[in-house]
Ligand binder design. Structure first.
Ligand SMILES: [Zn+2]
Length: 166
């Protein structure tokens, strides 16, 4: 009797698991919902739960990934790079160029409102820090030694981005 039960239950369990797998996003993209002002605000603990340790270190603690180690410095597909914290579209592959730095580099954001800027005086340098305008996640820095047409180089950590193929 127990054996019969087991035979019946096994395919059923597979079915249930199969359903669960198909509704969950394969990329884990259940981004936090913005508030009425359009901004995403989570506590440190909530970010820690949502992000990988490396994403948390860079996005929420203004860290920097090691050059030539990220997923996108040498990535050439056509599409959109979105914020790994909140999903906001940040950069287009159209504006990406090979800077030779080991970090994905862009001449401009996908639109002027996508990223915010702030003066960063850490490490004895004056740099312009760039962050996601929706969740305030740190992305990298912008320098004025980029190619035409803008002359700007948005030097971005791969770990702060996710790619959506167009
Ligand atoms: Zn964001």
């Amino acid at each position: 009797m127990d054996t019969m039960k087991a035979i019946w239950m096994a395919p059923l369990a597979g079915l249930v698991l199969g359903c669960a797998a198909s509704t969950a996003s394969p990329l884990g993209d259940d981004f936090p919902k913005p508030g009425p002002d359009g901004k995403v605000r989570l506590t440190e603990e909530e970010w820690k739960r949502r992000l990988t340790p490396e994403q948390f270190r860079v996005l929420r603690r203004k860290g920097t990934e090691r050059a030539f180690t990220g997923a996108y410095w040498n990535h050439h597909e056509k599409g959109t790079y979105i914020c790994a914290g909140c999903g906001l579209p940040l950069f287009s592959s159209k504006d990406k160029f090979d800077s030779g730095t080991g970090w994905p580099s862009f001449t401009k954001p996908i639109n002027p409102k996508a990223v915010g800027e702030e003066t960063d005086r850490s490490l004895g340098m004056v740099r312009i820090e760039v962050h996601c305008s929706r969740c305030n996640g740190h992305l990298g820095h912008v320098f004025d030694d980029g190619p035409k047409p803008t002359g700007l180089r948005y030097c971005i950590n791969s770990v702060c981005l996710k790619f959506r193929k167009s």
